[in-house]
Design a protein. Structure first.
Length: 232
């Protein structure tokens, strides 16, 4: 890879990566700081997108237009949608879907964006395999799962919402940015992968679990990204 784009939603998710960078130059655009430099010997652009699908989509398009990145890695935290996936584990996206897109009245499946040729945006197979391999090597104390990441502009923190999303989309985890990044990557024809460390169970305990486990979840994700970049 000539240039790797790395997106996190919150400053906590990207600050640890930026601390490891050298030869850094910073450009500000659309309220975001794009930090270009070297990470583990590889050229990268690290940026905090902000929370939500609109911020994430804008951020990805800037990486494509201004930096001509060759791939995008989205790192962050999420709520588990499957009982087997515990807090601290990591989900690597096989594809992504937007759970709050609803054009059923126009004859589209729930989650599909009208006039797009796909319901789900497939992640890059090589990036999926590399992420799973590296995670097992550098985070042996947790489990890694490859599966669907489901996104929407909603912090899922009640059982009813969780069950609805599980039933409709068969996702492994839910969060607020990944599918927008995936859509932008898909439209621009560049490979992507979403990496999500589980910080909560996306149910009535989510508001309690999230603050307690956020730091540990981010640590696992950062450890994965640092070592993944080295092998790209």
């Amino acid at each position: 890879m000539s240039l790797i784009g790395i997106i996190g939603a919150m400053e906590e998710e990207v600050s640890a990566l930026k601390e490891q960078m050298t030869e850094v130059s910073v450009t500000k655009k659309a309220g975001m700081e794009f930090c270009r430099g070297m990470l583990n010997g590889k050229p990268v652009v690290v940026v905090r997108s902000g929370i939500g699908k609109v911020n994430a989509g804008i951020c990805t398009q800037i990486l494509v237009d201004d930096y001509h990145v060759d791939c995008v890695i989205n790192t962050g935290i999420a709520g588990s949608l499957k009982s087997v996936i515990d807090i601290g584990d990591i989900v690597v996206s096989t594809d992504t879907v937007q759970h709050d897109m609803n054009a059923v009245g126009f004859g589209y499946p729930l989650g599909q964006i009208p006039r797009m040729d796909t319901l789900a945006f497939p992640a890059d197979q090589k990036l999926i395999e590399l992420a799973c391999q590296v995670c097992r090597e550098v985070n042996p104390e947790i489990q890694v799962y490859a599966g669907r990441v489901v996104s929407g502009d909603q912090f899922v923190s009640d059982k009813e919402s969780k069950e609805r999303i599980k039933t409709n989309f068969d996702g492994f985890c839910t969060e607020m940015e990944g599918a927008a990044i995936a859509q932008a990557a898909y439209l621009n024809g560049i490979p992507y992968v979403v990496l999500r460390a589980i910080s909560d169970k996306a149910d009535d305990s989510a508001t309690v679990d999230y603050p307690a486990f956020e730091r540990e979840a981010i640590r696992h994700c950062v450890n994965l990204v640092l070592n993944m970049v080295k092998k790209l």
